[in-house]
Structures are given as structure tokens and as C-alpha cells.
Design a protein around this ligand. Structure first.
Ligand code: NAD
Length: 338
């Protein structure tokens, strides 16, 4: 099937082409720009578009795609918060995603941020390279015996909880649907306010939906333990960045690890090292010594890219053959309500 792949990086091309083998052979055309209302005309004559996390699939983009004959939006990611599902339904476009590729990739990166922030590995690395072997300012604490709060215990949150449990942390969790496997491990499900009050580390793994937008706002920051470590590898808008900056300034938040950021679309995945960054909120975050930011790389393992490419090719084939999708794969407006 003729498919326009947007936001293409060399690694996307490499893994998608490698997965484009019988029985899943498709005609892929790679475009570097993000998919937006301005670039949507590039999809003219294609039956499917393949999009990523920062492509803007709002009503205007979807209208343009539909007008040009596109019938399928194949997301090569799990989150679908960047798609106006109502608009897709109105225009008769089917939206599919890759619901699970490697929860381990994201979970391990999450734990990497926790370890690095606690023992200040990012600072230690730079220091030693400069010939500074002093330990002042690098003091951490044993994770063993601390309390971690996992918000959202789906595929990724479950793996995070298991790893942290293995480190000897007491793990609290909050989810609308508790996971039995975690309960059996001894994880306690508690209301969000209690999790925030009790946890030394709070890590976010719920999806971005209207109810979770700015889940961590000024009130939530106030509820947290003074000096808390806050980690977000889920979606940027779960956190009200201004509220968190105030929390960092007051010391209420002891350290912050981010793999995602509210306004990341104009920054992440590009080399902007020769440009002046215009986002003053982001640059303020960069000034804190106790903030560690990675640019949406938690998913970025060989295993995950292989799995994403394989599932994306399967999704294209399934659509082409008119076969029904797995309910986890197809996303509809009804899904938003679950
Ligand atoms: P999942 O659907 O398996 O799990 C999400 C869990 O959140 C579910 O158990 C759900 O019940 C729970 N939840 C929903 N609303 C909630 C609420 N209001 N409060 C608490 N819990 C709530 O999803 P997953 O595969 O574990 O992925 C989690 C998120 O991670 C995705 O939504 C995506 O945004 C993000 N993600 C990030 C990266 C990255 O590279 N940084 C990669 C993949 C996924």
C-alpha cells in the first residue's frame, strides 16, 4: 500500500525498510518534515500516512489528508493524544497504533533517570572529564528502603514497579484499574493524594487524556513530600511546567527527570545546537542543577524500533486486506472514554 512516512529520521527508514518484507510489503515514501496542516498536501495520492508522536493530526490536518485520498493513519507509537479522533471518524479515516513494543525500553530509561539524578551521574561525568575529582555536591541516598509512587500501572508502569520493587523500594501505585500482578508483589494501590504525600519518588506512566492534563499542578506539588524526585517519561502535558518550576525554586521538588516536555514538538528530535532556543520555560528548566532532561528517547532501543516497524507493517497489511484490527491497535473516540 502506498504510504507516506512523516517525521522520518535515518533510523526510522532503516527499521521500517528492514520490516518491509513478505507478507508485509508496502510502498513507503519517506518525508523528513513533521505532519502538520502545512505539510499534509505531501500525502496526496497515498492511501496511508505513518506518523509519530509530534506530528500534529488536528482537525485541519485530517481534513486535508481525507481530501487527498488518505484512508489510514498508522501511528508508529503507543500514545494517540496528538490525533483528533473525532475528526478522523467524521472523515472516515481509520487510526491505528503500536500499543506495545517494548515496555522495558521506557521502564529502563525511567529507572536510568532515577539512578542518574539520585547519584548525580550527569554532573559526575562532566566533573571527572574536567579533572575535578571532588565529591562535594554529589551526595545521594540508598534507594533501598525509599518509597516510590507509580502513577499508571499499565504495561510500562508495571515494569517500572517491578524493577523498583527489585531494588528494595516500597512501591505505591495509583491507577483506575489496579494490576493484579503488582498486588501479588505487595504493591499498595492508594488514592493519588496519598501517593503524592508518601512517595520519595513519583513517576508518571498514565496516558495523556483530558483527565490527566496537568495532573501534576501547583496543588499536587504542594501535596508532595518536600524534596521529592519527580519523573515523567509519559507525555509532557501531564505536568504543569510552571508549577514544577516554582516547586524546584522552593525546594519542594528535590529533583526532576523528564523525557517529555509540554512544548517538546518544536524542540525534540532536532539538532538545534547552533540556534537560540526561544522557549524561555524550557531554558529555565535547563538552568537547574537538579533537573535531568532527555529528548523523548525512552523508547529508543533496537528492540523497540524493530517491534514498532514490524507492528506498523502488520497494521498496513491488515488495513489493505480489510481484516479487523486487534482492539488495542485501532483507536476510536470511544476509546478516549476508557
Ligand atoms: P498502558 O495503556 O498500558 O497503561 C496506562 C495505564 O494508565 C493504564 O493502566 C490506565 O488504566 C492508567 N490510567 C489511565 N488514566 C489514569 C489516571 N487518570 N490515573 C492513573 N492511571 C491512569 O500504556 P503504557 O504502554 O504503559 O504507556 C504509558 C504512557 O507512556 C503512554 O500513554 C505514552 O504516553 C507513554 N510512552 C512514552 C514513551 C517515551 O518514549 N517516552 C514511549 C512509549 C509510551
Amino acid at each position: 500500500m502506498k504510504t507516506a512516512v512523516f517525521s522520518t529520521k535515518p533510523y526510522d527508514r532503516q527499521f521500517l525498510q528492514a520490516a518491509c518484507v513478505p507478507p508485509d510489503v508496502h510502498e513507503l515514501t519517506f518525508f523528513e518534515p513533521r505532519l502538520t496542516r502545512e505539510t499534509a498536501p505531501l500525502a496526496a495520492g497515498f492511501r496511508a500516512v505513518c506518523a509519530f508522536v509530534n506530528d500534529v493530526l488536528d482537525a485541519a490536518t485530517i481534513g486535508q489528508l481525507a481530501e487527498r485520498g488518505v484512508r489510514l493513519i498508522a501511528l508508529r507509537c503507543a500514545g494517540f493524544n496528538n490525533v483528533d479522533l473525532q475528526a478522523a471518524q467524521r472523515h472516515g479515516l481509520c487510526v491505528v497504533r503500536v500499543p506495545a513494543y517494548s515496555p522495558h525500553a521506557v521502564a529502563e530509561h525511567t529507572v536510568g533517570l532515577i539512578l542518574a539524578l539520585n547519584r548525580k551521574l550527569h554532573k559526575a561525568y562532566a566533573r571527572v572529564r574536567e579533572g575535578n575529582f571532588s565529591l562535594d555536591g554529589l551526595l545521594g541516598w540508598d534507594l533501598h528502603g525509599q518509597t516510590a509512587g507509580v502513577v499508571g500501572t499499565g504495561r510500562i508502569g508495571c515494569v517500572v514497579a517491578r524493577i523498583l520493587h527489585g531494588f528494595g523500594l516500597r512501591v505505591l501505585a495509583h491507577d483506575l484499574v489496579p494490576a493484579q500482578e503488582l498486588r501479588e508483589l505487595g504493591v499498595h494501590y492508594v488514592p493519588l493524594a496519598e501517593l503524592l504525600r508518601e512517595s520519595d519518588i513519583v513517576t508518571l506512566h498514565c496516558p495523556l487524556v483530558p483527565e490527566t492534563h496537568h495532573l501534576i499542578n501547583a496543588e499536587a506539588v504542594r501535596q508532595m513530600k518536600p524534596g521529592v524526585m519527580l519523573i515523567n517519561t509519559s507525555r509532557g502535558p501531564l505536568i504543569d511546567t510552571q508549577a514544577v518550576i516554582q516547586g524546584l525554586k522552593s525546594g519542594q521538588i528535590g529533583c526532576l527527570g523528564l523525557d517529555v516536555y509540554e512544548e517538546e514538538a518544536d524542540l525534540f528530535f532536532e539538532d538545534l545546537s547552533n540556534q537560540v532556543i526561544q522557549d524561555d520555560v524550557f531554558t529555565r528548566l535547563l538552568t537547574f542543577p537538579n533537573v535531568l532532561i532527555t529528548a523523548h528517547q525512552a523508547f529508543f532501543t533496537r528492540n523497540a524500533l524493530e517491534a514498532i516497524a514490524r507492528q506498523t507493517m502488520r497494521n498496513l497489511s491488515c488495513f489493505e486486506r480489510g481484516e479487523p484490527f486487534d482492539p488495542q491497535v485501532e483507536v476510536t473516540p470511544q476509546r478516549l472514554r476508557h
